[in-house]
Design a protein around this ligand. Structure first.
Ligand code: PMP
Length: 362
């Protein structure tokens, strides 16, 4: 242990959930419903599956190391140049590339109290200083984040919508914030849940990069596009930043099935809309039900809702498991009384609501 970098020595191991098959065996339940990882309950589209099936014929070749065609398609969609894009093995890898390229032990990284856990993990592994800013109504206190900037600040991470809380920052507030961050500080705008926002709620963040060369916008195919298992994420940024990130990126970091799947998913707008519409409807229905049951939750714009269990949430998590419903306890985020529940299909959400009622939680 003492041989490891100091930051790495302080890392806690990631505790993955058990595979569903294992849980089904342990609990003796056949039809477990997993509402724990903010995935698309519909899975990938038929077009994506067909593209993957066709690409299977050519697996002996290395994938395209630069992701040329996917970047071409993304550049058209986002109105940026391909030189402004970097592909990652999930947007987690994009975050890792950013930290690897820019963050050293003398630097400070600013993020909010209930921020996505990977920001803390990466800050720790770089041995850099965590500047965790107390949340405001569970969301980002942007003014306090700005006030925390000093000469050592290298990075500010803001997820919008935020995971695990679902909080949302509107485009004008966000733009004002971006305009106030000094240019020596990189802003990582993590938009993993961007597609779930209604069109008029979506900040035109990629359009701001021209004015703000310190802005990096990251997105993913893991959520609304339904490709979490294939691991494709990307960021848009100034071409000089993209160039640096591409230098630290492993060649072939995206496998060939992932690349063709992401291209097919991007082309299938009807399916994306269907996925987003399902989420909007079901999130609305679940929140309405929570309201009628007087169960408190954090207002959310993601594909999940974070519920206040008014006491230690772990026993409730365990009890829900016995009903065949997996949700996400978020004690690791410093929210031991909350459970994060991903929005599933109508039938899956019915199961979660029925389990709450059976257990006397609603
Ligand atoms: N950012 C946020 C805010 C997330 O919630 C997630 C997924 N949980 C990610 C990034 C990473 O997703 P992926 O690596 O699958 O793209």
């Amino acid at each position: 242990l003492s041989l490891a970098n100091q930051g790495v020595q302080g890392l806690k191991p990631y505790e993955p959930g058990k595979p569903i098959e294992e849980l089904e065996r342990e609990l003796g339940i056949k039809d477990i419903v997993k509402l724990a990882s903010n995935e698309n309950p519909l899975g990938p589209s038929q077009q994506v599956k067909a593209a993957i099936a066709a690409a299977v014929a050519d697996l002996s070749r290395y994938p395209d190391a630069s992701g040329f065609t996917l970047k071409q398609a993304l550049s058209e969609k986002l109105s940026v140049t391909p030189e402004q894009l970097v592909l990652g093995n999930g947007s987690n890898e994009v975050l890792e590339l950013i930290f690897r390229a820019f963050v050293q032990s003398e630097h400070e990284v600013i993020y909010s109290q209930y921020a996505f856990i990977v920001y803390a993990l990466l800050t720790q592994s770089c041995g850099a200083v965590h500047r965790t800013i107390p949340a405001k109504n569970y969301g980002h206190d942007l003014d306090a984040m700005l006030a925390a900037i000093n000469d050592k600040t290298k990075l500010i991470c803001v997820a919008n919508p935020n995971n695990p809380t679902g909080n949302y920052i509107n485009p004008s507030e966000l733009k004002k914030f971006v305009e106030q961050v000094p240019t020596h500080v990189l802003i990582v705008l993590d938009e993993a849940y961007f597609e779930y926002l209604q069109a008029d709620e979506q900040p035109p963040s990629c359009d701001w990069i021209g004015q703000h060369p310190n802005l990096i916008v990251s997105r993913t195919f893991s959520k609304a596009y339904g490709l979490a298992g294939l691991r494709v994420g990307y960021c848009a940024c100034h071409p000089d930043i993209a160039d640096l990130l591409n230098r630290v990126r492993e060649p072939f970091n995206n496998n060939s099935l992932a690349l063709v799947a992401a291209e097919a998913a991007l082309a299938d707008e009807a399916y994306l809309n269907e996925s987003v519409t399902l989420n909007t409807q079901e999130l609305g229905r679940v929140c309405q039900w929570l309201d009628t049951k007087n169960i408190q939750y954090i207002p959310t714009k993601g594909n999940f809702v974070t519920v206040d269990m008014k006491g230690d949430a772990m026993p409730h998590y365990q009890a829900l498991l016995t009903q065949g419903v997996i949700v996400r306890p978020i004690g690791g985020y410093g929210m031991p009384n909350h459970l994060r529940i991903s929005i599933g299909t109508k039938a899956e959400n019915d199961r979660f609501m029925a389990a709450f009622e059976t257990l006397g939680l609603a």
